[in-house]
Design a protein around this ligand. Structure first.
Ligand SMILES: [Zn+2]
Ligand SMILES: [Zn+2]
Length: 263
């Protein structure tokens, strides 16, 4: 009964069919080094996207990271019971946050930074598919919990017009497919174009971004929200989004960023 199939299901079916046709028509390549993958290449999870050498790189990158800003905590932090980095420890002690957790796949260093560049400037949708997959699996592994829904960090209307797409939304769409969770690109908007962030330090970034994001509707407190971004630089953008979502009622947020700029 065609009437019983929603347009969303039709889109999903078309998407999967296109992937299958694409896989058959074109030999698959490693998303990192572009090496051709043999048809017998192992399928399943991240191995689907990477050659053996690049798999080793990705699968060897897990780190224990700060639960607030995603910085690596150094060797064997569990031994000291650390959950936060030296920047976040005093902040958390002074002002305990609502339930916020942080998931990061890797540091923003080579070769991972090149993947993000390809995604941002080369419309590399295959890379988005891989990064969304990786972020979804990393979220399940780090937190052991499924977010109820995903919200990408929005970009300004000007940026969207210029680039034609929001790379955080692309990653969120693919992560949502893996997690089988809805993705809401219109629950959070960027209301003002903050000044250039690149030259600013941690505190200045936060000040610069204050009030730059706004939730477009009340957020039910019982929902666990996955807030998705491609790169977390100092965490100021994500913290500003968290403030906007909390103002709208959210009380459980997991920050999901593919890369984190190291110290
Ligand atoms: Zn490779
Ligand atoms: Zn931290």
């Amino acid at each position: 009964m065609i009437g019983a199939i929603s347009s969303k299901q039709v889109c999903e079916l078309l998407y999967r069919t296109c992937l299958r046709v694409g896989d058959t028509a074109m030999p698959r390549r490693c998303v990192s080094c572009q090496l051709g993958l043999q048809s017998a290449h192992q399928r399943g999870g991240l191995k689907d996207f990477l050659c053996r050498a690049c798999q080793a790189l990705v699968l060897n990158s897990p780190e224990i990271r700060c639960k607030r800003c995603g910085l690596t905590l150094g060797p064997r932090p569990q031994a000291f019971g650390w959950t936060h980095c030296r920047h976040c420890r005093p902040l958390v002690a002074e002002n305990p946050p609502n339930r916020v957790d942080c998931v990061v796949c890797c540091d923003y260093t080579a070769p991972f930074d090149q993947w993000i560049t390809r995604l941002k400037y080369g419309k590399a949708h295959g890379v988005a598919r891989f990064l969304g997959h990786w972020l979804a699996l990393e979220t399940l592994e780090t937190t052991g919990l499924q977010p109820d829904l995903l919200i990408p960090v929005p970009c300004s209307p000007d940026k969207l017009k210029q680039r034609g797409y929001n790379q955080a939304a692309l990653i969120a769409r693919h992560a949502g497919r893996v997690l089988q969770r809805p993705v809401h690109t219109d629950w959070l908007i960027k209301t003002s174009e903050a000044g250039a962030q690149a030259e600013l330090g941690r505190e200045e970034r936060l000040k610069n971004l204050r009030g730059a994001f706004q939730a477009t509707r009340p957020v039910p407190a019982n929902l666990r929200i996955g807030l998705v971004d491609d790169v977390m630089t100092t965490g100021a953008t994500l913290q500003s989004c968290v403030a906007a979502l909390e103002k709208a009622g959210a009380n459980s947020i997991v920050l999901m960023a593919v890369c984190r700029t190291p110290e």
